[in-house]
Design a protein around this ligand. Structure first.
Ligand code: NAD
Length: 434
């Protein structure tokens, strides 16, 4: 069976092999790598929720704190029926690398509860969220571990968790808790959320695309883009790409996909969807609607002959079965884990540039960092400031990756991991914590 934690270890070992030669003290480097193969701490428990029926149901819950050399642990909380301890451990490891890539002062963590939240009523969901916050309360805090939303968790859920954390911490320490809202990010604006968080991931991906396009000498007008997924990340990425003049020729969501060589306007497609249509099936009747073209399947969308393919929906969509048929010059991984390791090797052999998720979608955690910084300051930034600081960090991360890619003649994924792992190892050595 596929074990994501074992995969994350293999990935680390592959990068460590290249980095090792740069270290005089190889024993110390090996020790650091060994430590990074497992999380610092795993909090594991069973939370009990009294359901609307009066019955009490138990749910298995986890929080994995992988590494905090660079700063407090940071990472989302996932509510999903397929959550496993190994998955949470792997995701926490990838968070360490993602935070390291953009240079934000955090380590990595992830949380998860084995539950299908769609089967819960609103009040059951609130009770579950509060119970989870209570379970992890002793281990989190603005300078300890800063959770955030992930799959199936929202700003509302973060608001309940902040409230529960505050109550639990007050009871525990019997004194005023400093900055409790800085313990969670991804909060609603009314409760200390940051302006610009909504578009951050898609916009961050767009900044990476812009820098890459310059390196590859692609001009927006002559560059075609296909995007799988039209949710938060896919829509905002499409919005900025279109605004910059790139030609979006393929778009999709879970209900369908469309292809149009003349180009698609994402705002118009969204308006059409909001009027009750699905992608590829326009029934809005609005003149000039952009949701028009050839209806294709999601698998066909991935195999379009385009310059840029941006998977922004699900994991493992580019795999050993379809990797050979990918015709894009660049795969920009906006979703988490859209390319399997086997597919990655095939794409590398076929000279497809794959910009890995930990770089391409790191705009989200970067603005979460800004949210935390604003909460700690008690001073809130205008959206322009948030977005310009986001651009600065994304561009720098891209240049670090590109320099390593060129110097070591490795894939963009390996170069990104080299940059991320090296920084964490160097901090661990500097601290003398190995
Ligand atoms: P979302 O729920 O807002 O959107 C997901 C989109 O994918 C929807 O349009 C949905 O219709 C589409 N989709 C679902 N199944 C599909 C299928 N089989 N084929 C094609 N499309 C399908 O989610 P999101 O927040 O946009 O996240 C998308 C991805 O980006 C996820 O992998 C997520 O982990 C990752 N990510 C999100 C953020 C963020 O800030 N939201 C940050 C980092 C990474």
């Amino acid at each position: 069976m596929n074990n994501p934690h074992k995969n994350s270890i293999k990935q680390l070992e592959k990068v460590a092999e290249i980095l090792r030669e740069q270290y005089d003290d190889k024993q110390l480097f090996d020790k650091a790598v060994e430590k990074l193969k497992s999380p610092d701490r795993i909090i594991e428990g069973t939370i009990r929720v009294k359901m609307d029926s009066g019955k009490t149901v138990a749910f298995k819950a986890f929080r994995s704190q992988h590494n905090n050399a660079a700063g407090p642990y940071k990472g989302g909380i996932r509510f999903h029926q397929d959550v496993t301890k190994e998955e949470v451990m792997a995701l926490s490891t990838w968070m360490t690398w993602k935070c390291s890539v953009t240079g934000i002062p955090y380590g990595g963590a992830k949380g998860g509860v084995i539950v299908d939240p769609k089967k819960l009523s609103m009040s059951e969901l609130e009770k579950l969220s509060r119970a989870y916050a209570k379970m992890i309360a002793p281990y989190i805090g603005p300078w300890m571990d800063v959770p955030a939303p992930d799959v199936n968790t929202t700003g509302q859920i973060m608001a309940w968790m902040v409230d529960e954390y505050e109550k639990t911490a007050l009871k525990r320490y019997k004194t005023y808790i400093e900055n409790p809202i800085a313990t969670f990010t991804g909060k609603p604006l009314l409760l200390g959320g940051s302006k610009g968080r909504m578009e951050a991931t898609g916009l961050g991906g767009f900044h990476i695309l812009e820098q890459l396009a310059k390196k590859l000498k692609m001009t927006p007008k002559n560059t075609t883009v296909a995007i799988q997924g039209f949710g938060n990340v896919g829509y905002w990425f499409a919005y900025y790409v279109y605004k910059a003049g790139y030609k979006i020729v393929g778009l999709s969501d879970s209900k369908g996909a469309i292809y149009n060589l003349k180009g698609l306007d994402p705002q118009k497609v969204l308006a059409c969807k909001q009027a009750g249509s699905t992608i590829g099936n326009c029934s809005c009747g609005v003149k000039g609607c952009s949701n028009k073209g050839t209806k294709i399947t999601n698998s066909q969308l991935l195999e379009l002959k385009v310059d840029i393919l941006a998977p922004a929906a699900l994991e493992n969509v580019i795999n050993a079965q379809n990797a050979k048929s990918i015709k894009a010059k660049v795969v920009l991984e906006l979703a988490n884990g859209p390319t399997t390791p086997e597919a990655d090797e095939i794409l590398f052999k076929n000279k497809v540039i794959v910009i890995p998720d930990i770089l391409a979608n790191s705009g989200g955690v970067t603005v979460s960092y800004f949210e935390w910084a604003q909460n700690l300051q008690g001073y809130y930034w205008e959206k322009d400031l948030v977005l310009s600081r986001l651009k600065g960090l994304m561009d720098d991360a891209f240049f670090r990756m590109w320099q390593l890619k060129t110097q070591h003649k490795v894939s963009a994924r390996i170069a990104t991991y080299m940059s991320a792992v090296k920084k964490v190892v160097d901090i661990m050595i500097l601290r003398g914590s190995i």
